[in-house]
Design a protein around this ligand. Structure first.
Ligand code: FAD
Length: 466
């Protein structure tokens, strides 16, 4: 690059910090304006989930940034879903074939701080407590406000918005040129609660947990309490606690957040629906009262960029519901694609931005759809005999004909196959499983040789994964 080009990034969250590091590593001068104070000094101010699941796509981006090992050292491995039924039984449904196919629970705050350190080490300049207020794309200037509300204007010829689902840059772009924005509210919301480490819980509860000293539940799993129209999940934290998330309709008939307005009603609901989970949450009343109800939506945009002047990435471009654990992973994949496109044509951002949208939008749409479908799967189907039979038959086919069958969850979570491919292939495979099983709840009722023959006749081999 003849002259170092400056890129102005709005938002130093997970995607913004990683993108900044990658762009600086490719020779760009990167200035990041982040609304919150520096979390390494002021402490991390949450907002979204406390911890989150990192999968292969996110890990691959971290590998390319040279950060994967550092992140994994601060993560807890999760081998599968531990499903807790209403009668108190539990069983592990593995995600992959073995421990090479696992996901990782990471702390959002710790990960964000690690990424900020890495970006700074690569030469990125962060400006904390600086909120984007507006942008004048014709004058190529942005307006920022500091924590006291004092505003100033700055030149910003190329702006990238990684400022999350409520993106201020998106609003400014939309006011300049309509982006074709649509926000579909899920109608369900969430609240976080905490299971402390085992040492904090009474000895009799720990005795029941299965012998892990530090954790009150099996640590190497993503726990689910599916209850049909709603559910709780829990992800482990390195120091032995779990973050529990209750997902429930926001309004409407019981149970919904509207019918559980106080801790008394919520406690009674947990006694009835999550009797094995409730005793693990000693501060239930304080958590329920003190933690906000978060809303969940899917964001669709027709345009992600204004020619070469401004672009949206991560949640700012394609926020999705969290049920596939892929929002951050997808955003991390964005950073790899965008950094290499910009590095290839540093002086033609319009071309790079258009190509970025062309590549990423169909994939963002596909993971948005799969994340919505996965909510039904997690809260309902994981306890359904027909679903379990399909899953078992799928596993048998994958074993017999690995070139022709791979569960959609595995394609999304453990490969780099485009999301759009996983979505289409998953649909075709599902149709075949339905045909083979019909109404049966027994995978063993299917003639496997005939099933493999039908699979090979119907679907082409999977792409080479190496
Ligand atoms: P954000 O993380 O929202 O970061 C945006 C940043 O921009 C923030 O630092 C914010 O302070 C800053 N900002 C905002 N406005 C301005 C402004 N005006 N000026 C300057 N800065 C601004 N994903 C997974 O991959 N796995 C999971 O398990 C998972 N679990 C989730 C659970 C829940 C309950 C939720 C809600 C989401 C979950 N996600 C998960 C999705 C994940 O949180 C997001 O996809 C991810 O945080 C997106 O990163 P981002 O950097 O694009 O946006």
């Amino acid at each position: 690059m003849a002259q170092q080009q400056t890129i102005t990034l709005i938002g130093g969250g997970l995607v913004g910090a990683l993108l900044a590091q990658q762009l600086a590593g490719r020779g760009f001068a990167v200035e990041v304006f982040e609304k919150r104070p520096d979390p390494r000094i002021a402490g991390f101010v949450g907002g979204r989930s406390i911890n989150l699941a990192l999968a292969e796509r996110g890990l691959q981006a971290l590998r390319e940034a040279g950060l994967a090992q550092d992140v994994l050292q601060r993560a807890v491995m999760m081998r599968g879903r531990m499903v807790h039924t209403r009668d108190g039984r539990s069983g592990l449904q593995r995600y992959g074939v073995d421990d090479s196919e696992v996901i990782w629970s990471v702390s959002r705050g710790a990960l964000n701080m690690l990424l900020l350190d890495a970006a700074e080490a690569a030469g990125v300049r962060f400006h904390f407590g600086q909120s984007l207020v507006n942008a004048d794309f014709d004058a190529r200037r942005i307006r920022l406000a500091d924590e006291r509300g004092v505003e100033r204007d700055l030149d910003a010829p190329v702006i990238i918005g990684a400022d999350g689902a409520g993106s201020a840059l998106r609003a400014a772009m939309n006011a300049h040129t309509p982006l074709g924005e649509r926000v579909d509210a899920l109608g369900h919301a969430y609240k976080e609660l905490e299971i402390p480490s085992a040492g904090v819980l009474a000895a009799d509860l720990v005795g029941r947990s299965g012998g892990h000293d530090q954790f009150a539940l099996e640590p190497h799993a993503l726990h689910i309490w599916p209850r049909g129209g709603y559910m709780c999940i829990a992800l482990p934290n390195t120091e032995g606690s779990f973050t529990v998330t209750l997902f429930l309709p926001a309004q409407g008939a019981h149970p919904s957040f509207a019918t559980l307005p106080d801790t008394q009603a919520a406690h009674a609901f947990f006694e009835e629906d999550f009797p094995d989970l409730l005793p693990l949450i000693p501060d239930f009343a304080a958590d329920y009262e003190g933690h906000p109800v978060g809303t969940l939506s899917t964001l669709y945009l027709q345009r992600w960029h204004l020619d070469g002047r401004a672009l949206l990435v991560g949640d700012a471009a394609h926020a999705i519901v969290p049920f596939h654990g892929q929002g951050m992973n997808c955003g991390f994949e964005d950073t790899v694609v965008l950094a290499s496109l910009l590095a290839a044509s540093p002086n033609d951002t319009a071309d790079a931005f258009a190509e970025f949208q062309r590549i990423r939008q169909p994939n963002a749409d596909a993971i948005a759809a799969m994340a919505l479908e996965n909510y039904v799967e997690m809260r309902d189907s994981v306890a359904d005999p027909h679903y379990l039979a399909k899953r078992e038959l799928g596993a048998l086919l994958a074993e017999r004909a690995p070139q022709h069958f791979m569960a959609r969850y595995r394609m999304v979570t453990f490969t780099h196959l485009p999301y759009a491919y996983a979505f289409e292939r998953g649909r075709a495979q599902d149709q075949l499983l339905e045909q083979l099983l019909r109404d049966s709840t027994q995978a063993t009722s299917v003639d496997l040789d005939a099933a493999v023959a039908a699979l090979r006749a119907t679907l082409p081999p999977l792409p080479d994964l190496r």
